[in-house]
Design a protein around this ligand. Structure first.
Ligand SMILES: C[S@@+](CC[C@H](N)C(=O)[O-])C[C@H]1O[C@@H](n2cnc3c(N)ncnc32)[C@H](O)[C@@H]1O
Length: 237
Protein backbone atom coordinates (compact mmCIF):
# COMPACT_ATOMS: atom_id res chain seq x y z
CA UNK A 1 0.00 0.00 0.00
CA UNK A 2 1.60 3.26 -1.10
CA UNK A 3 1.51 6.34 1.11
CA UNK A 4 -0.64 9.37 0.37
CA UNK A 5 2.50 11.49 -0.07
CA UNK A 6 3.86 9.05 -2.68
CA UNK A 7 0.57 9.04 -4.58
CA UNK A 8 0.25 12.82 -4.54
CA UNK A 9 3.82 13.37 -5.72
CA UNK A 10 3.47 10.71 -8.42
CA UNK A 11 0.42 12.56 -9.79
CA UNK A 12 2.34 15.87 -9.83
CA UNK A 13 5.27 14.21 -11.61
CA UNK A 14 2.99 12.68 -14.20
CA UNK A 15 1.52 16.10 -14.99
CA UNK A 16 4.95 17.70 -15.12
CA UNK A 17 6.83 15.11 -17.20
CA UNK A 18 3.92 14.11 -19.44
CA UNK A 19 2.63 17.62 -20.19
CA UNK A 20 4.35 20.70 -18.71
CA UNK A 21 7.94 19.68 -19.43
CA UNK A 22 7.66 16.80 -21.93
CA UNK A 23 9.17 18.78 -24.84
CA UNK A 24 11.89 20.40 -22.70
CA UNK A 25 12.80 17.02 -21.29
CA UNK A 26 12.89 15.38 -24.73
CA UNK A 27 15.24 18.15 -25.92
CA UNK A 28 17.50 17.99 -22.85
CA UNK A 29 17.93 14.25 -23.38
CA UNK A 30 18.71 14.62 -27.10
CA UNK A 31 21.73 16.01 -28.98
CA UNK A 32 19.86 19.24 -29.87
CA UNK A 33 21.49 22.53 -28.77
CA UNK A 34 20.48 23.75 -25.31
CA UNK A 35 21.39 26.71 -23.09
CA UNK A 36 24.76 26.78 -21.30
CA UNK A 37 23.03 26.00 -18.01
CA UNK A 38 21.25 23.00 -19.49
CA UNK A 39 24.54 21.86 -21.06
CA UNK A 40 25.95 21.50 -17.54
CA UNK A 41 22.89 19.47 -16.56
CA UNK A 42 23.23 17.28 -19.63
CA UNK A 43 26.92 16.68 -18.89
CA UNK A 44 26.16 15.82 -15.26
CA UNK A 45 23.40 13.44 -16.29
CA UNK A 46 25.77 11.71 -18.75
CA UNK A 47 28.24 11.18 -15.91
CA UNK A 48 25.50 9.91 -13.62
CA UNK A 49 24.27 7.44 -16.24
CA UNK A 50 27.84 6.16 -16.65
CA UNK A 51 28.19 5.86 -12.86
CA UNK A 52 25.00 3.81 -12.48
CA UNK A 53 25.95 1.63 -15.45
CA UNK A 54 29.32 1.14 -13.74
CA UNK A 55 27.47 -0.59 -10.88
CA UNK A 56 26.06 -3.15 -13.36
CA UNK A 57 27.91 -6.06 -14.98
CA UNK A 58 29.68 -5.22 -18.25
CA UNK A 59 28.11 -8.26 -19.85
CA UNK A 60 24.41 -8.49 -19.00
CA UNK A 61 23.59 -11.34 -21.32
CA UNK A 62 20.87 -13.41 -19.68
CA UNK A 63 20.20 -10.74 -17.02
CA UNK A 64 16.99 -8.82 -16.53
CA UNK A 65 16.84 -5.12 -15.62
CA UNK A 66 14.04 -2.83 -14.52
CA UNK A 67 14.67 0.78 -15.64
CA UNK A 68 12.36 2.43 -13.11
CA UNK A 69 11.31 5.86 -14.39
CA UNK A 70 13.04 5.36 -17.75
CA UNK A 71 12.17 8.77 -19.20
CA UNK A 72 13.37 8.96 -22.81
CA UNK A 73 15.27 5.69 -22.46
CA UNK A 74 19.01 6.54 -22.61
CA UNK A 75 19.97 4.11 -19.84
CA UNK A 76 17.71 1.41 -21.24
CA UNK A 77 19.53 1.58 -24.58
CA UNK A 78 22.94 1.23 -22.89
CA UNK A 79 21.74 -1.80 -20.91
CA UNK A 80 20.30 -3.38 -24.06
CA UNK A 81 23.71 -2.91 -25.71
CA UNK A 82 25.19 -4.97 -22.85
CA UNK A 83 22.79 -7.79 -23.64
CA UNK A 84 20.25 -7.21 -20.85
CA UNK A 85 16.56 -7.93 -21.22
CA UNK A 86 14.97 -4.68 -20.03
CA UNK A 87 11.59 -3.62 -18.72
CA UNK A 88 11.45 0.17 -19.06
CA UNK A 89 8.61 1.94 -17.30
CA UNK A 90 7.64 5.55 -16.81
CA UNK A 91 4.55 7.31 -15.56
CA UNK A 92 4.74 9.60 -18.62
CA UNK A 93 3.33 7.99 -21.75
CA UNK A 94 4.73 10.83 -23.88
CA UNK A 95 8.29 10.18 -22.69
CA UNK A 96 7.91 6.43 -23.26
CA UNK A 97 6.78 7.23 -26.82
CA UNK A 98 9.92 9.33 -27.33
CA UNK A 99 12.04 6.49 -25.91
CA UNK A 100 10.48 4.00 -28.32
CA UNK A 101 11.10 6.35 -31.26
CA UNK A 102 14.76 6.65 -30.22
CA UNK A 103 15.40 2.91 -30.16
CA UNK A 104 18.37 2.20 -32.45
CA UNK A 105 17.41 -0.11 -35.29
CA UNK A 106 20.33 -2.47 -34.60
CA UNK A 107 18.87 -3.49 -31.21
CA UNK A 108 16.40 -6.37 -31.12
CA UNK A 109 13.10 -4.76 -30.02
CA UNK A 110 12.07 -8.07 -28.43
CA UNK A 111 14.68 -7.45 -25.70
CA UNK A 112 12.75 -4.52 -24.23
CA UNK A 113 9.27 -4.20 -22.79
CA UNK A 114 8.01 -0.61 -22.65
CA UNK A 115 5.41 0.14 -20.00
CA UNK A 116 3.50 3.24 -18.93
CA UNK A 117 2.63 3.26 -15.24
CA UNK A 118 3.94 3.11 -11.70
CA UNK A 119 7.51 1.85 -11.44
CA UNK A 120 6.70 0.23 -8.08
CA UNK A 121 3.92 -1.98 -9.45
CA UNK A 122 4.48 -5.59 -8.30
CA UNK A 123 2.89 -6.73 -11.57
CA UNK A 124 6.15 -5.90 -13.33
CA UNK A 125 7.62 -9.08 -11.87
CA UNK A 126 11.09 -9.97 -10.64
CA UNK A 127 14.43 -8.71 -11.94
CA UNK A 128 18.15 -9.34 -11.53
CA UNK A 129 18.87 -5.61 -11.31
CA UNK A 130 16.93 -2.39 -10.84
CA UNK A 131 18.11 1.09 -11.82
CA UNK A 132 16.26 4.29 -10.99
CA UNK A 133 18.08 7.38 -12.26
CA UNK A 134 16.69 10.63 -10.83
CA UNK A 135 13.19 9.12 -10.60
CA UNK A 136 13.07 9.11 -6.79
CA UNK A 137 14.55 12.58 -6.21
CA UNK A 138 11.12 14.18 -5.78
CA UNK A 139 9.91 11.76 -3.11
CA UNK A 140 10.22 12.06 0.68
CA UNK A 141 12.82 9.97 2.45
CA UNK A 142 10.25 7.63 4.01
CA UNK A 143 8.74 7.07 0.54
CA UNK A 144 12.18 6.45 -0.98
CA UNK A 145 12.98 3.83 1.67
CA UNK A 146 9.55 2.22 1.17
CA UNK A 147 10.07 2.23 -2.60
CA UNK A 148 13.50 0.57 -2.34
CA UNK A 149 12.10 -1.95 0.17
CA UNK A 150 9.31 -2.89 -2.23
CA UNK A 151 11.68 -3.17 -5.18
CA UNK A 152 14.16 -5.24 -3.15
CA UNK A 153 11.54 -7.93 -2.59
CA UNK A 154 11.47 -8.43 -6.36
CA UNK A 155 15.20 -8.03 -7.11
CA UNK A 156 17.79 -10.80 -7.13
CA UNK A 157 21.14 -8.94 -7.19
CA UNK A 158 21.37 -5.15 -7.07
CA UNK A 159 19.53 -1.85 -7.00
CA UNK A 160 21.07 1.46 -8.04
CA UNK A 161 19.20 4.70 -7.56
CA UNK A 162 19.91 8.38 -7.12
CA UNK A 163 18.90 10.93 -4.54
CA UNK A 164 19.40 14.68 -4.25
CA UNK A 165 22.00 15.14 -1.50
CA UNK A 166 21.30 17.84 1.07
CA UNK A 167 24.09 20.38 0.64
CA UNK A 168 24.14 24.08 1.64
CA UNK A 169 24.38 25.14 -2.03
CA UNK A 170 21.42 23.00 -3.05
CA UNK A 171 19.34 24.32 -0.18
CA UNK A 172 19.95 27.87 -1.46
CA UNK A 173 19.25 26.86 -5.07
CA UNK A 174 15.96 25.16 -4.16
CA UNK A 175 15.02 28.21 -2.15
CA UNK A 176 15.64 30.39 -5.21
CA UNK A 177 13.61 27.98 -7.34
CA UNK A 178 10.59 28.81 -5.22
CA UNK A 179 10.76 32.36 -6.62
CA UNK A 180 9.67 31.10 -10.04
CA UNK A 181 5.93 31.06 -10.88
CA UNK A 182 4.36 27.77 -9.86
CA UNK A 183 3.42 26.82 -13.44
CA UNK A 184 7.09 26.94 -14.55
CA UNK A 185 8.40 24.88 -11.69
CA UNK A 186 9.05 21.21 -11.51
CA UNK A 187 7.64 19.48 -8.44
CA UNK A 188 9.96 20.14 -5.51
CA UNK A 189 13.09 18.08 -5.20
CA UNK A 190 13.49 16.49 -1.75
CA UNK A 191 17.13 16.83 -0.65
CA UNK A 192 18.13 13.94 1.63
CA UNK A 193 20.99 13.71 4.08
CA UNK A 194 23.37 10.95 3.04
CA UNK A 195 23.89 9.61 6.57
CA UNK A 196 20.21 9.63 7.48
CA UNK A 197 19.25 7.85 4.27
CA UNK A 198 21.97 5.25 4.82
CA UNK A 199 20.77 4.74 8.39
CA UNK A 200 17.14 4.27 7.32
CA UNK A 201 18.06 1.88 4.50
CA UNK A 202 20.20 -0.19 6.85
CA UNK A 203 17.43 -0.30 9.46
CA UNK A 204 14.59 -1.17 7.06
CA UNK A 205 13.33 -4.69 7.92
CA UNK A 206 12.73 -5.49 4.24
CA UNK A 207 16.38 -4.71 3.51
CA UNK A 208 17.96 -6.99 6.12
CA UNK A 209 19.44 -9.16 3.37
CA UNK A 210 20.85 -6.14 1.56
CA UNK A 211 23.94 -4.04 2.09
CA UNK A 212 24.38 -0.40 1.26
CA UNK A 213 27.13 -0.32 -1.36
CA UNK A 214 29.00 2.24 -3.46
CA UNK A 215 27.92 5.86 -3.61
CA UNK A 216 29.03 8.71 -5.85
CA UNK A 217 28.02 12.37 -5.86
CA UNK A 218 27.96 14.06 -9.27
CA UNK A 219 28.06 17.85 -9.42
CA UNK A 220 28.02 19.59 -12.79
CA UNK A 221 26.87 23.21 -12.83
CA UNK A 222 23.14 23.13 -12.05
CA UNK A 223 23.06 19.35 -11.73
CA UNK A 224 23.72 17.67 -8.39
CA UNK A 225 22.71 14.10 -7.72
CA UNK A 226 24.10 11.16 -5.82
CA UNK A 227 24.22 7.53 -6.91
CA UNK A 228 23.55 4.86 -4.30
CA UNK A 229 24.03 1.15 -4.79
CA UNK A 230 22.42 -1.63 -2.76
CA UNK A 231 23.58 -5.20 -3.19
CA UNK A 232 22.04 -8.42 -1.98
CA UNK A 233 24.22 -9.98 0.71
CA UNK A 234 25.84 -13.14 -0.50
CA UNK A 235 24.96 -16.15 1.62
CA UNK A 236 28.11 -17.97 2.72
CA UNK A 237 26.17 -20.83 4.28
C1 LIG B 1 14.22 13.30 -13.87
S1 LIG B 1 13.40 12.16 -14.90
C2 LIG B 1 14.67 10.94 -15.21
C3 LIG B 1 14.32 10.03 -16.38
C4 LIG B 1 15.38 8.98 -16.70
N1 LIG B 1 15.56 8.06 -15.60
C5 LIG B 1 16.67 9.66 -17.04
O1 LIG B 1 17.56 9.71 -16.18
O2 LIG B 1 16.79 10.18 -18.16
C6 LIG B 1 12.36 11.33 -13.72
C7 LIG B 1 11.42 10.37 -14.40
O3 LIG B 1 10.80 9.55 -13.41
C8 LIG B 1 9.46 9.35 -13.79
N2 LIG B 1 8.71 8.94 -12.58
C9 LIG B 1 8.62 9.60 -11.40
N3 LIG B 1 7.89 8.89 -10.54
C10 LIG B 1 7.52 7.76 -11.17
C11 LIG B 1 6.76 6.63 -10.77
N4 LIG B 1 6.24 6.54 -9.54
N5 LIG B 1 6.58 5.63 -11.65
C12 LIG B 1 7.10 5.72 -12.90
N6 LIG B 1 7.83 6.77 -13.34
C13 LIG B 1 8.04 7.79 -12.48
C14 LIG B 1 9.05 10.68 -14.39
O4 LIG B 1 7.91 10.58 -15.20
C15 LIG B 1 10.31 11.05 -15.17
O5 LIG B 1 10.28 10.58 -16.50
Amino acid sequence: MQSATYQTRKGQLETYFDRTAAETWARLTSDAPVSKIRETVRAGRDRMRATLLGYLPDDMTGRTLLDAGCGTGALTIEALRRGARVTAIDISGNLVNVAQERMPTDIDPAMVTWRVGDMLSPELGTFDHVVSMDSLIHYRQSDVVAAISGLAARTRHSIAFTFAPRTPLLTVMYGMGKLFPRSDRSPAIEPLGQNGLRRDLTAAPALSEWQVGRSQRIISGFYTSQAQELAKKVSLG
